[in-house]
Structures are given as C-alpha cells and as structure tokens.
Design a protein around this ligand. Structure first.
Ligand SMILES: [Cu+2]
Length: 485
C-alpha cells in the first residue's frame, strides 16, 4: 500500500464528492429549517453532475464493485484500501445502535466506571416489552470504551434478587479480578457491591458479562472495546458494535425460558428486526463491524449482501493481514466476537443478517399440542382449557402480531400505529422503500450505503424525505453511472 499521495488525493476526492451533488427528486418540506440548522445540500433537479473520476487502488475502486487483485495484491477485493481518514490518527469512536455508552470519571489516574446489575424491561419490538436482566437498566448493558494502557476500575452493584459475579471476557488480568464465583471470588450478594480494578494492555473487541449461566441467558452482557493508541492501518471511517442474542419467550409471556434449547426471539443490541436501527454509512467509507454473539446456545452464520468483507480480528486479537479471509458469510460462535471490515463501495440498502432460517423470523410458536411432562397426560391440559384461552388470530386489528405461527405464514404485514411510529419514524430509515420492513425480521439489520449528498439529506438535514425516494434515487438515478466511469 502507498498511503502518501494516494491517501491525500482520496481525502480531496471525498470532499469533492460531497460538494459535487447531483440532482434529486426528493420532496422538500414547506418549512424552512431553524436558523441554526444549515439547509440540506440538495441542488435543483437540473443541476449538472460534477464529480472527479474515481481514483483506483490497484484495480479496486471504492465507488463500485471491482475485483482489484490479483489475490496477492494489497487491494484485492479492497483488502487494504484505507478509509477517507488520514493515517496515524486516534481511532474513531465506536457506534453502538440502540444502546448507550458507559460514562466514566477519572479518579487518581484511574478510569472509574459504575455498573448496576438490574432487571430491565426491554422493548424487543414496539409493544413487546420483555422482562430481562442487564446493566444500568439496559439490556445489553452500556458499551465500555477504553484505551490501551488505561487502568480501569469497575464498581459493580448487585440490584438483582440473587447473587452475581462479573467477568471481563478475553482480558488478561490478575486472577483475583476475573469474576468467577467460588473459583476466584465470593459471589456479590443482593444489595452488595464489589470493586474490580486492572490494567488494559490489549486492544480489540471484548465484552463483560455475569458469570452465572442462567443470568447470561437472561441478557447480562455488554460490549467492551479497547482502542489502540493509533488506529489500525488501514484506518476505518466507521466502527460499529452489534450484539446478537437469542431468547425463548412463550406466547403471551415476557420472561425467557433459560432452559430452552431452541429460541424464538432474536435481538441485535436488544431489538428485533425491523426495530433494529440501520447502520448508515457514506458511499466509499471503510467500515468495521464488531459482531459479538451472546446467544445462549446457537451460532450465527452472518451474511452481508452486495459486499465482500474481510475478517480482520476476533475476540482474541487483531489478525495480521496475511491471515485475513475474504467472505460474504462467516460463522460467529457462542461467546465469540468477529471484526468485519469492508469498503462500502456499493450504494443501496443492504440486508445484514444471520442466515439461520429460525433466526430470520420472530416469536415463532409450536403449531400443535401442549408440552407435557411424563408424569402428566393431555387430559390435564384439556381440563384446564378455561384457563388457557385460545390466542386471538385477528390479523387485521391485532397490531401486536400475537398470533400463532407469525411470521412463518406471512398472513398479513399490518402494523399497529405504535409499531408503525416507532419503526418507520426514525431518521435512519428515511427514504427506504415503503415496505422495507417486510423483509427484515429477527436477527436482521440494514446497512445503508448512501452517496454523500443522500447521506447528508437523511442524517444531517431536517428535510422531509418521502418513503422510497432515496432508494429510487440510487437505483434509477445517476449515481450508479456517476461512479462507474
Ligand atoms: Cu443465527
């Protein structure tokens, strides 16, 4: 890789791409934005398209699907193509959709964090608040972001009705801080607190979790990123963290059956598709996704459409580039984390999902029969039918989809008002196709690769963006042609 002039050219090109806007078909709102909000960069529809010819890296273009290569080359499938940032800078902050970050304060040169182990009501889908356990009233818990070389202190308060213990997964720390009940410490009893303190000499994607098995199944986990002092080369422009989980929650229940072996509710950062918030990036950016699987029992083959990604790290450590593997689907096992990196060269709304078919649905139930124990028989069930009313199967008015079989038979995609508001009225989904949510369930989210002008329109402006307009602009507009000179 020759980062010198080439990288500077790219920075300029990035600026030129933002300035060289193409026409748009968006409907503008009637109201002017407030004085302190700059107007969106949307020129009239007949504005000329001005854009620099895309520079290429060894046959690979950041603006369109290209091979690069040969396979031994730095730029084969975009392998070492840098982001639009310069070399030698600090890493970009991690973005964790739908979850908070854990604040800290400096106390005597130590980064001090506080974690409360708490019951949590987490809305997996609008109208579906589930009873789970987590940290600081969040499930998964808040993201811990720290730097290589930090000394950290965690004050852990147990607000659960039973003992707990905290483990720092993957960290090379003194055994007294490792958080295994009995083996390395006494459990933290209800109402009590415990202090962990250690140095961080590693860098990478880690996590923290209760070391009580059933508590793990209830959701007690959070992400833990340790940044290197200088961003890894090639630098990424965007850095996301996603936590994949499974739960078994029977119809009309809100508590997960942690003894289950199959799982019917699936969440990314505590939400099920289509409530998962899309990852919105600019066309041409280099992107990292740190994907962690904290499902109790099941592994996830993770698939990204429209792009080839490189596996650049695991929860162990950064992988040397000579050992990176290009994939479009990779298996992430239980309690593993994998770092994906790719250049977002292909504009559009791309599904990013687990490929297990049972993980591409939600709240599935058995179609027939009660589950009975071998000391019981079906007459016990039949004698209690009055206490087990049939689930209402009204697809037109049941906004909550509280319906056996949903969504395998896809009877109706009607969404109630609350679900519609919370899913469709988010900045990140503006301009997607009107019925996009039909194809996004369970362990699915969306990667939106938007040309800079459309990115600013969606993410940074107060313009009204009509359903379908951004997608149409990419598919039918001039962008594809502009970038494929
Ligand atoms: Cu899966």
């Amino acid at each position: 890789m020759q980062p010198g002039n080439t990288r500077r050219e790219f920075l300029l090109l990035g600026g030129a791409a933002v300035a060289g806007a193409a026409g748009t078909t968006f409907a503008a709102s009637d109201t002017q934005p407030p004085a302190n909000v700059p107007p969106a960069n949307v020129p009239p529809a007949d504005a000329p398209v001005v854009r620099e010819a895309p520079a290429e890296f060894g046959g690979f273009s950041r603006w369109k699907p290209t091979f690069g290569g040969p396979p031994t080359a730095d730029h084969y499938l975009g392998k070492l193509v840098p982001g639009l940032r310069g070399l030698g800078l600090a890493p970009v902050p991690v973005e964790i959709p739908d979850l908070p970050k854990l604040p800290f304060k400096m106390v005597g040169g130590v980064k001090e964090f506080e974690l409360r182990c708490t019951p949590v009501k987490r809305e997996f889908l609008p109208g579906y608040p589930m009873d789970v356990w987590g940290f600081n009233d969040s499930m998964p818990g808040p993201l811990v972001e720290a730097n290589q070389g930090d000394r950290v202190r965690f004050i852990v308060h147990n607000e659960l009705p039973e003992p707990t213990s905290m483990h720092w997964h993957g960290l090379e720390l003194p055994v007294s801080e490792d958080g295994v009940p009995g083996l390395t410490q006494n459990p933290i009893m209800p109402g009590k607190s415990y202090v962990y303190e250690f140095d961080l000499h590693q860098a990478g994607t880690f996590f923290y979790h209760s070391h009580m098995a059933m508590q793990e199944a209830f959701g007690m986990v959070g992400g833990f990123v340790i940044h290197p002092k200088v961003a890894f080369d090639p630098p990424v422009d965007r850095d996301f963290f996603l936590i994949f989980q499974n739960f078994h929650i029977a119809p009309n229940q809100t508590i997960s059956d942690s003894m289950a072996m199959d799982w019917n509710w699936h969440t990314i950062n505590g939400r099920s598709g289509p409530f998962t918030t899309p990852l919105v990036v600019r066309h041409g950016e280099r992107v990292r996704v740190r994907l962690m699987n904290f499902s109790p029992m099941q592994h996830h083959p993770i698939h990204l459409h429209g792009h080839t990604f490189w596996i650049t790290g695991h929860e162990g450590a950064r992988i040397p580039p000579s050992a990176w593997v290009p994939r479009n689907n990779t298996l992430v096992g239980v309690a593993q984390a994998t770092d994906f990196e790719f250049v977002a060269f292909n504009p559009g709304d791309w599904i990013f999902h687990c490929h297990m078919v049972h993980h591409m649905m939600n709240h599935m139930v058995q179609q027939v029969g009660p589950r009975i124990r071998d000391d019981s028989d079906v007459s016990d069930y039949q004698n209690q039918l009055a206490t087990r009313p049939r689930v209402r199967a009204d697809f037109t008015t049941d906004s909550g989809f509280r319906t056996p079989g949903y969504p395998q038979n896809m009877q109706h995609m009607h969404m109630g008002e609350e679900m519609m508001m919370k899913i469709m009225h988010r900045r990140e989904v503006q301009g997607m196709r009107k019925m996009w949510h039909m194809g996004v369930h369970g362990l699915m989210t969306v990667l939106r690769v938007l040309p800079p002008e459309l990115y600013d329109l969606v993410m940074n402006s107060d313009e009204m963006v009509m359903p379908g307009t951004v997608f149409d602009r990419i598919v039918k507009g001039d962008y594809a042609k502009d970038y494929q000179q």
